[in-house]
Write a new protein. Structure first.
Length: 307
């Protein structure tokens, strides 16, 4: 397994994906769009057997005074929701949505979390409870109330855990792609993560209005307290889950942290018989963009098992 240290930007992405720092250069720029049901070609897909293109519709959802961009590729019956990693937004799934819609016939939804993509910036620190509220509000306003397969990369694993805990009846299954899991954030690991990111946080404080710095600071603020609480959570046994772990993990340069990441995933899976563990061989943490085929297969397998 490679232990080659990443570049500075890649290190930022790994940390962002762990929810330590939500930072991706250029990805945090919020764009304003007043349209409703506008076309989003990047996530176009083909309807099974129709031979016709089915493009995603953009819906601007209001939740507590801020708007969020949800992209809906219409299908029938079931719904698959794709939730991006830290600092990423809906375009992270552009190479997965078309094949997923064609293979399953389900409605596929992606969205931009607050402060990212077309969604409004919400000042203050990043709160997982607010992110869960945004996702729940979006699905409710889109009329999605059951039979959801939730696919979550990295930081979105935290959102998935809180969402599943509060809304287990909505979920038919979940695929957690190199995702944050409660088991990882121990009292020993949290200080290590905070210390590792301190130089980047300090540098970001010098220019807090820069979009990527804003995301970084919002996630770093209150990190330790938030993740001690996250560590106490448990995934509902009624919701099946597939856990995909990248071979290199987000810690290619730190064997100790990498092993802890793998151990946390294994511990999560061992807690219930309806959970499976898959190692994405040869991949870094950027599994959705690096190996969309592996993610697509994992989602199809979960979807087929539940339908």
């Amino acid at each position: 397994m490679s232990r080659t240290p990443r570049t500075r930007r890649s290190a930022y992405r790994a940390l962002a994906s762990l929810a330590v720092l939500a930072l991706t250069a250029g990805a945090a720029t919020a764009c304003s769009d007043n349209g409703h049901a506008a076309k989003h070609p990047a996530t176009s897909s083909a309807s099974p057997g129709s031979g016709k293109s089915s493009e995603a519709e953009l819906h601007m959802i209001d939740n507590g005074g801020h708007r969020l961009a949800f992209y809906v590729t219409r299908g029938s019956g079931s719904t698959i929701v794709l939730d991006s990693g830290g600092g990423e937004y809906s375009s992270q799934w552009k190479n997965i949505v078309p094949g997923l819609r064609a293979a399953t016939g389900a409605t596929v939804i992606t969205y931009d979390r607050s402060g990212l993509g077309r969604s409004d910036v919400v000042p203050g620190r990043w709160k997982v409870e607010s992110a869960v509220s945004d996702l729940a509000a979006g699905l409710k306003q889109l009329g999605v109330t059951k039979d959801v397969t939730l696919v979550s990369h990295s930081q979105a694993g935290e959102i998935a855990t809180y969402f599943a805990k509060g809304n287990p009846e909505m979920l038919s299954g979940a695929v957690l792609v190199d995702a944050n899991l409660p088991q990882f954030f121990t009292d020993e690991e949290i200080p290590r993560l905070v210390a590792a990111t301190k130089p980047e946080v300090d540098a970001a404080r010098k220019d807090p209005e820069k979009p990527e710095n804003r995301q970084l600071l919002a996630t770093a603020d209150g990190f330790a307290t938030a993740h001690r609480a996250f560590h106490k959570l448990s995934w509902p046994n009624s919701v099946p889950a597939a856990v995909m772990v990248s071979e290199k993990t987000p810690f290619a340069g730190s064997p100790e942290d990498a092993q802890h990441w793998r151990d946390a995933a294994a511990a999560f899976v061992q807690e219930a018989p309806n959970r499976t563990l898959v190692t994405a061989e040869g991949t870094s943490h950027e599994v959705p963009t690096q190996r969309p085929d592996l993610v697509l297969k994992a989602i199809e397998d979960m979807f087929d098992t539940q339908h």
